[in-house]
Design a protein around this ligand. Structure first.
Ligand SMILES: NC(=O)c1ccc[n+]([C@@H]2O[C@H](COP(=O)([O-])OP(=O)(O)OC[C@H]3O[C@@H](n4cnc5c(N)ncnc54)[C@H](O)[C@@H]3O)[C@@H](O)[C@H]2O)c1
Length: 466
């Protein structure tokens, strides 16, 4: 058995510590974290404890960690959107292969610089486009490759961001204001702008985009609503964005899991917010239910790394997630459409909106010989194919294990990255990074089109890359 690859983590937040690093704990023969940079003392301490990192290898900032000589094979860079380029460039120059969170950068020139440095240093730079590593989208690509749909004529792909996730991340949370972070089409949808050309194996050659922020504005606040939900809100019993409903009851989260899952798991996750005591009692004889009753992940883990009811209540009283959604400093859109013509002739409409009853992506592909429909949700996923002439119909269950981040994509991405370092070639990895760049350029172009009300053709966003 060979030794595990060693890693440093920059940014031990939700993605770094909770989504990717657990892979090392479950696969100690493949990956071991040996150092961390994280300014939040609670997060740093918790990471060090879980991964047995001593205090000499725990730093407050990426600058401190990367000023030391290289101490591991790879760097996971999971800081916020505006803090990707500098640590990624420094890490590659220090000798690390890099797994970098998306968006790779929030400016086109910085995305370009990242590729240049990857080429110059010959360090692999893998971008966390997790959907590429899911069984769901791999199956979709494989089905299209079989030719069962014939010529692809029209694609309608929707990113249905749930009302509670929209409120959490894009109204109250980290991605609410594009001057501080990224426009919604980059922050949320660079995944979709990556996966559509990848699944179809066609490039976008023309696009137009429209979108706006309609709902989460002061003028839509209910009469008498205070600035914070807990300060006597008159619509506490009816507002879907009422913070205790989202974070203390967790009802929308569990309803969302139920909406996209099946059988017993569906019943249990639906029942939990209505009758928590029943599910808690049942979990003593059906241990699998502890996945529900002991759940401490997204979104409550963002309010407090120890999300007890007491800590959550304090966070709602004092922190950003207790704010009324109509009185936040948000400006990102709550709906946007991108229409594209592809070089293979397909026409694609991509719709993102933040008012979905439950979180899922849905896809409909109409071909000359058949149709594909699909749903990719928090609790489960499926793809259906119908052939026009034979009326052949098949349904594929592409669900990952419940709780597997991004339908299994988070862990499968880490597995891919490690394998690519050990057995892959720099050129293959670099080609993947070039494709990631393309999705970011599409997002910047879509934003330009939306803001300037312009139809753009490929020359407007394409860049020459060696
Ligand atoms: N791939 C995906 O599907 C996906 C999903 C969600 C978020 N993201 C992206 O992942 C990134 C991280 O998001 P998150 O939700 O984990 O954010 P987060 O805020 O939870 O984590 C970022 C961490 O970086 C730390 N940090 C700040 N300054 C630092 C410094 N100088 N040195 C080291 N660490 C520093 C912060 O304290 C924080 O703990 C973002 O770019 C986000 O857009 C990707």
């Amino acid at each position: 058995m060979s030794a595990p690859l060693t890693a440093i983590l920059i940014g031990a937040g939700q993605r770094g510590a909770d989504s990717y690093a657990p892979y090392a704990l479950q696969n100690p023969d493949l990956l071991k974290f040996v150092a961390v940079a994280e300014p939040d003392p609670k997060r740093k301490e918790s990471f060090c404890k879980k991964h047995q990192i001593d205090s000499e290898s725990a730093f407050d900032t990426w600058e401190e960690l990367l000023s030391k000589p290289q101490i591991a094979d790879v760097a996971f860079i999971c800081t916020q959107d505006w803090m990707h380029t500098e640590p990624a460039v420094a890490a590659m120059r220090a000798g690390y292969h890099v797994l970098l969170e998306k968006p790779m950068a929030n400016r086109a020139d910085e995305c370009r610089l990242l590729l240049d440095v990857s080429r110059e240093t010959e360090r692999q730079l893998v971008i966390c486009h997790v959907l590429r590593y899911t069984d769901h989208f791999n199956k979709m690509r494989e089905l299209i490759e079989t030719g069962v749909l014939g010529e692809i004529i029209q694609v309608a792909h929707r990113e249905n961001v749930s009302f509670w996730h929209m409120a959490h991340s894009y109204v109250r949370g980290n991605w609410r204001n594009q001057t501080e972070t990224s426009p919604m089409i980059l922050a949320k949808s660079c995944h979709d702008l990556d996966i559509l050309p990848w699944v179809l194996q066609q490039k976008s050659v023309e696009m137009v985009s429209m979108g706006a922020l309609n709902h989460f504005k002061q003028e839509n606040a209910p009469e008498g609503a205070p600035k914070r939900c807990l300060d006597g809100c008159p619509v506490a019993d009816t507002c879907p964005y009422y913070a205790p409903f989202i974070y203390l009851e967790m009802a929308p989260f569990w309803n969302n899991v139920a909406d996209t899952t099946h059988g017993f798991a569906r019943w249990a996750s639906h029942t939990y917010p209505r009758n928590p005591n029943m599910i808690k009692a049942l979990s003593t004889v059906v241990p699998i239910l502890k996945g529900i009753t002991n759940y401490q992940g997204f979104p409550i883990s963002i309010l407090d790394s120890n999300p007890t009811q007491e800590n959550l209540l304090k966070a709602l009283q004092e922190g950003p997630y207790g704010r009324c959604v109509y009185f936040c400093d948000n400006d990102v859109v709550d709906h946007q459409v991108v229409m594209m013509r592809m070089d293979g002739g397909a026409q694609v409409t991509f719709t993102m909106h933040g008012h979905s009853h439950y979180e899922h992506r849905s896809t409909r592909i109409e071909g000359s010989h058949g149709r594909l429909t699909a749903e990719f949700g928090l609790g489960g996923s499926w793809i259906e194919v119908d052939e026009h002439r034979t009326d052949w119909h098949q349904k594929f269950d592409t669900s990952a294990e419940i709780g597997a981040g991004h339908g299994g994509g988070d862990f499968q991405l880490v597995a891919y990255f490690l394998d690519s370092i050990k057995n892959g070639s720099f050129e293959d990895a670099y080609n993947g990074t070039k494709e990631a760049l393309e999705s970011h350029l599409l997002a910047f172009a879509a934003e330009e089109s939306r803001l300037n009300k312009k139809i753009l053709t490929r020359e407007a966003w394409e860049v020459e890359i060696e």
